[in-house]
Design a binder for this molecule. Structure first.
Ligand code: SF4
Length: 366
């Protein structure tokens, strides 16, 4: 296990579960484990009283609990305002042991920052089967990397093995595991039968060093992508958030060159891009937790959706630089923008975005 934990809390009803057994068996001996009544779990997820950085402290408290609400939902970033990619999210965990300065979870999970994993995660398979049965002929791309990194704690939970087993046997479901780690040992032991995508968020070294605390270095992410590709997985890459710092265009080109040297363009299932965007609440929280991070202090303006976004000409220039580099790579790589209106999409790619159901199917099967 590569991330430190200060404490583990196990909800009474989950004590004998397969997930709790796996995690407790893999924990370092000196991590205190407390069993809590089901009615007290919520308290264990709240910010630690008196901690100087309650959100950061929450990332090191693991809570094993039962999820009481549905696991499956449409991507919360989807909106009629934006060109959408038809993604569905499966919430099997909440929060992340890494600590990116720009991460939206700092605001979204401020009131319940403990790292939660759900012992009844296998119930999500029934939800997925119902979804597939009710929409025969459609193909869905389902990801676990929205409120958590998909692989950050996989060395102690091994949930990826259960997921891959399930998705490998489902014709019209594709799993996307999204990560900034190189925790791929479990993946290399499984056969995904073409139905699992692993995607990495990539940033230049300057952003990694300044903002992506405890994440794997970009070159290690790229090497991990090559390894899973060789093991039968599809791979994709997210350049999100793109950050417009001095020298950014050169650094992103160097990063893409490094990627394409290791993963040929025809083996990349898709690429997504999204500019740095922060609500005023997130911007305040991020700047106060990371006052020395210059990546949080670029030229931004409050946009009509209520988020601070990189000044549009800078953002468009970065998008076009990356899109041009991929276009020149010699193979057409499906690409989309995250949380941008159709007009920005058209200005970057020279064509309007296709409908969510169509792009969703294209990204799901490649
Ligand atoms: S890896 Fe993703 S989820 Fe984890 S802190 Fe960074 S941005 Fe947030």
């Amino acid at each position: 296990m590569k991330f430190d934990l200060d404490a583990v809390f196990v909800e009474h009803g989950c004590a004998g579960s397969a997930l709790a057994t796996r995690i407790l068996g893999a924990l370092a001996r000196d991590v205190p484990v407390t069993h809590v009544a089901d009615s007290d779990t919520r308290e264990a997820t709240r910010p630690a009283p008196g901690a100087p950085d309650p959100f950061g402290a929450g990332k090191r408290r693991l809570v094993i609990a039962r999820r009481k609400t549905p696991f499956l939902a449409p991507c919360p970033a989807g909106s009629s305002e934006f060109a959408c990619c038809g993604y569905l999210v499966l919430t099997l965990a909440s929060n992340c042991p890494m600590d990116c300065s720009y991460c939206f979870l700092q605001e979204f999970l401020a009131d319940n920052p403990s790292f939660q994993v759900y012992a009844n995660f296998a119930d999500s398979f029934d939800e997925l089967d119902r979804l597939a049965a009710n929409a025969r002929g459609r193909i869905f791309r389902v990801g676990t990397g929205d409120l958590a990194d998909s692989l950050a704690f996989d060395s102690i939970t091994s949930i990826s093995r259960d997921l891959i087993d399930f998705f490998a046997s489902r014709e019209n479901l594709t799993l996307e595991l999204k990560t900034k780690t190189d925790e791929i040992e479990n993946l290399l032991a499984m056969d995904p039968r073409g139905r699992v995508l692993v995607s990495w968020t990539l940033s230049p070294d300057a952003v990694y060093r300044s903002s992506e605390h405890l994440a794997a270095p970009p070159s290690a992410r790229i090497a991990a992508a090559r390894a899973v590709l060789d093991a039968g997985y599809r791979v994709a890459f997210h350049f999100d958030p793109l950050i417009a710092y001095p020298g950014a265009e050169r650094d992103y080109i160097l990063l893409i060159d490094e990627l394409l040297d290791v993963v040929p363009p025809k083996q990349i299932s898709f690429v997504s891009m999204g500019g740095l965007r922060m609500t005023p609440g997130l911007r305040g929280a991020a700047r106060s937790r990371f006052p020395g991070d210059p990546m949080l202090c670029g030229e931004d303006v409050l946009a009509s959706d209520g988020r601070f976004r990189t000044f549009t000409p800078l953002r468009l220039s970065l998008y076009r630089t990356l899109a041009d580099r991929f276009r020149k790579a010699g193979a057409e790589i499906p690409s989309y923008l995250c949380m941008e209106p159709a007009s920005v999409h058209e200005s970057v790619f020279g064509a309007p975005p296709v409908r969510p159901a169509i792009i969703g199917k294209r990204l799901a099967r490649g």
